[in-house]
Design a protein around this ligand. Structure first.
Ligand code: GLC
Length: 547
């Protein structure tokens, strides 16, 4: 399977490199940085959406799926970028936002003017029997999931911002449109597709409210037609081009469903993102609340998914961060005392698991959350809503700020730090979101004398060269350890100290005296005969039968 030995790098185009000084990243900026991407060595780059958009949700509100947003560049720039990456054998993955369109999309505008054909593209309903909203569903960005549809007296559904209207996948014409868009980009040389919140496309047939006490999300998540419509999309578009790589973003999902979405025989997707491991520090599943992080809870969740997906024959996308998550280093590592050690440990843990690793831009230089002091520094629509909701619910400003600062998606969206200048080498203008610690974390210093970038290069190389990393089976080892997440990939044994406590772990017998494959500490650690000693956040992999 072609995607098993690949590594994918994620670029958030708004924040990677600005070429024209307007403070927002663009395609020409990315073209200038292709040599850097090539030096890291991924097989493919996933770009967050840069299509025409009013940018209410930074491009996840698409107004034209076939055109580049003018702030990002032109179609000619895109062709140049695709060619520049192809020259290094790096493919391009696009982000297809097919659960909803911007309300500025032509379809929605024509629906508003009364064209029945386009009204049928959306989920528009009269008020409920009590004259209120059609049902009890809530927007994932806060507030109700329904807004008035012009002055018709009806409402349209939006599971995200009111400017992101959900489309009606029950309508075959909508499904045809989506396949046509994928085919349009396939013709442009795009060979990867990430499908945004794709398990939300099949809503409850009656759009019923959830029963009292039941989370409304069950009414539209992993619905009855997701498998069928993914298969239809596969057969009508990317499935006809064998070299494509596809990944679906699955919101609040289950292992069983993800096995089904990613089993090769099902003709749906190559792999899935799930978020269970990124909720281990949510108290009772609540995003906008704080709880201490328990390292072995992360290990147990990663293990549960690795085992469950393997048993069912599915395939995981492996990641700890993306444009929607705070920096993994701040959550699961130590961004201060052990920044280098914990960044490289977390990378090792993820890259040697069964699945396809994704690197979120900046992870390879150990970027951290920004240090902002006031709520106005954040731009994220979700964070701003959350702050108001917390204050309305009685939190003090300081309490609400602390929660938002820890959780906001803007933590990952600050500009890529290329050097220590005020614009971090990202822009000559005013960055749309301010960098805060480029003096001591930046690409220039990292390449000159850092260890994190080199460690990522090594992990990418190992996945290509060691067949068991790509294709070997997965088995946990001593999951009851207090500090260490360890696992076996046939001929490879991996042990990661998730904490700052020095510790040790007994080795499986077949690895007694085995040779080190990769180690995030520079010195030759004492791998011992029968046990492995691990320094704070140390990660070591051993391989059998090599000298
Ligand atoms: C996904 C995207 C996120 C976006 C949302 C709505 O979760 O990753 O950034 O806001 O979908 O499209």
């Amino acid at each position: 399977m072609s995607f098993r030995n690949k590594v994918i790098y994620q670029i958030y185009p708004r924040s990677f490199q600005d070429s024209d000084g307007d403070g927002v990243g663009d395609l020409r900026g990315i073209i200038d940085r292709v040599p850097y991407i090539a030096e890291l060595g991924p097989d493919m780059v996933w770009f967050n959406p840069f299509f025409v958009s009013p940018q209410r949700d930074n491009g996840y509100d698409v107004a034209d799926y076939r055109a580049i947003d003018p702030t990002m560049g032109t179609m000619a720039d895109l062709d140049e970028l695709i060619a520049a990456l192809a020259a290094h054998d790096i493919g391009v993955m696009f982000d297809m936002v097919f659960n909803h369109t911007s309300t500025e999309h032509e379809w929605f505008r024509r629906a508003l003017t009364g064209e029945q054909r386009y009204r049928d593209y959306y989920i528009i309903r009269p008020p409920g029997p009590d004259g209120g909203l059609p049902n009890n569903w809530e927007s994932k960005f806060g507030g109700p999931a329904w807004s008035p549809f012009g002055d018709t007296g009806d409402y349209y559904l939006h599971l995200f911002d009111p400017t992101q209207a959900d489309v009606d996948w029950r309508n075959p014409a909508v499904r045809r449109e989506m396949a046509d868009i994928v085919n349009f980009w396939l013709d442009h040389g795009v060979t990867g597709f990430r499908f945004d919140v794709i398990n939300l496309i099949s809503k409850d047939a009656d759009l019923a409210s959830s029963p009292a006490g039941v989370d409304p999300r069950v009414m539209y998540t992993d619905g009855e037609h997701v498998d069928e419509w993914l298969r239809e999309l596969h057969d009508a578009s990317f499935g006809t081009v064998p070299a494509t790589v596809t990944v679906g973003e699955m919101s609040s999902t289950s292992i069983d469903r993800c096995v089904s979405y990613s089993r090769p025989g099902n003709r749906e997707l190559d792999m899935v993102f799930n978020f269970h491991h990124l909720k281990v520090d949510y108290p009772e599943g609540q995003k906008w609340a704080l709880a201490p992080y328990e390292p072995m809870a992360l290990a147990r969740t990663l293990d549960e998914w690795a085992t469950g997906m393997q048993d069912g024959g599915g395939w995981n996308a492996l990641f700890l961060g993306n444009h929607d998550q705070p920096r993994a280093l701040d959550r699961f590592g130590d961004a201060h005392t052990y920044r280098v050690e914990s960044a490289t440990m977390l990378a090792t843990m993820i890259h040697l698991l069964r699945g396809t690793p994704f690197i979120y831009m900046g992870e390879e230089i150990g970027m951290t959350d920004p240090e902002y002091a006031v709520i106005d520094s954040y731009m994220d629509v979700e964070a701003r809503n959350a702050y108001s909701l917390l204050v309305d619910a009685g939190a003090t400003d300081d309490e609400a700020f602390a929660v938002v600062a820890a959780r906001t998606r803007d933590n990952a969206r600050t500009p890529m730090q290329w050097d220590d200048s005020p614009g971090a080498g990202f822009t000559t203008g005013t960055p749309w979101l301010a960098p805060t610690n480029q003096e001591h974390i930046n690409v220039r210093d990292e390449l000159a004398h850092g260890r994190i970038f080199r460690h990522y290069q090594e992990l990418i190389r190992l996945r290509r060269e060691v067949p068991d990393i790509a294709d070997g089976s997965y088995a946990p080892w001593r999951l009851d350890h207090e500090h260490v997440y360890a696992y076996l990939r046939d001929s490879v044994f991996v042990a990661c100290n998730l904490t700052q406590e020095p510790t040790s772990i007994e080795l499986p017998e077949q690895f007694h005296g085995a040779s080190p494959l990769i180690n995030n500490y520079p010195d030759d650690s004492d791998t011992g005969q029968s046990e492995l000693h691990l320094a704070p956040y140390q990660a070591v992999a051993l391989v059998k039968g090599e000298s």
